[in-house]
Write a protein that binds this ligand. Sequence first.
Ligand SMILES: Cc1cc2nc3c(=O)[nH]c(=O)nc-3n(C[C@H](O)[C@H](O)[C@H](O)COP(=O)(O)O)c2cc1C
Length: 388
Amino acid sequence: MPVIACIDDLKQLYRRRTPKMFYDYAESGSYTEQTFRENTSDFAKIRLRQRVARDLSGRLLQTEMIGEKITMPVALAPVGSTGMQSPDGEIKAARAAAKFGVPYTLSTMSICSIEDVAAASPTPFWFQLYVMRDEDFVDAIIERARKAKCSALVLTLDLQILGQRHKDVRNGLSSPPKLTIPNLLNIATKPAWAMGMLQTPRRQFRNIVGHVKNVGNLSDLTAWANEQFDPKLDWSKVRRIRDQWGGKFILKGILDPDDARMAADFGADAIIVSNHGGRQLDGAVSSISMLPSIVRAVGDKVEVHVDGGIRSGQDVLKAVAMGAKSTYIGRSYVYGLGAMGEAGVTKALEIIQKELDISMALCGERDVKNLGPHNLLIPRDFEGDWVA
Ligand SMILES: Cc1cc2nc3c(=O)[nH]c(=O)nc-3n(C[C@H](O)[C@H](O)[C@H](O)COP(=O)(O)O)c2cc1C
């Protein structure tokens, strides 16, 4: 077993063990991938202030998200087709998160269904909703999430229309995968993945199959999903969904202070500063560079969360010190899942927790709740120079 010291080690192992088309699906951004790259590279521009000669005993990483107690300021972001990265991937990720004490968010576009995950997860999870044109489907899936006792609804706002990822087009990505000769040859080199997939019945979008009319076979399914994202999603629909759900409500995909103010006025419990991991509007700025102006715009009106490019505990520290109440990881846990299944997701969380703890101590802090701008050195031109 190779030594795993950091998230990048998990990524290397994930690359070896998972079919190329699914590795490419996760490890890509839209178009030129500028936003995807800058989500991570902008973290490197922010520096931490080293402080010394302080009592560093009894450190605390625990905090809350939307009133839920969590072991550290990290949640698992919704990631579509996680069950193709590892057989029953959503169940494995949900279990790892529950045991660790951080929230897991199940995507609408998951392979395991809401009911599959509810039956396997020891604690309630969050459900991420994509608004589809088919209103009956949307109504029904909200009710299914309620019945499964999901403790928050995360409504994604930045994918009404799909950005193109060139690698997916070239790989003929679909769920289940198109059995082209290159894909078959590649899958033949990943025997553990293939065996696991043969042994599980969960190989297609189970939130959808059997829950919409006219989607009987698998090619109908991919076509249905791609055409269904609702281009008419606007604030009036957001209100309707908020009222229909009635529980904890998080708006995901906010990258502009004006939209952040709108979301806060809507009474959302939290917003997620996000550009969908650089998979939608290529050319948009990184999430971390927009975080300070969004925090300023909303003040205490709404909890601010952030995702995009987090690959270490130091990144989590920077985001929290810049005003995020908490963060989400997407690819960092997918690497762990593809590398080692549930144990790999746990490993990713452990790595980030340890890095966060040690880096926080070296900044002279004992409690994650005390982190703030005083822990950072930010270059003058880092943010605030974007001219609308
Ligand atoms: C492979 C993949 C699939 C994703 N699927 C979804 C999804 O179904 N719903 C959603 O709201 N966001 C989705 N996202 C975006 C993530 O929730 C999150 O915003 C992003 O991964 C954060 O960036 P990071 O991967 O750099 O941590 C996806 C991201 C990836 C990488």
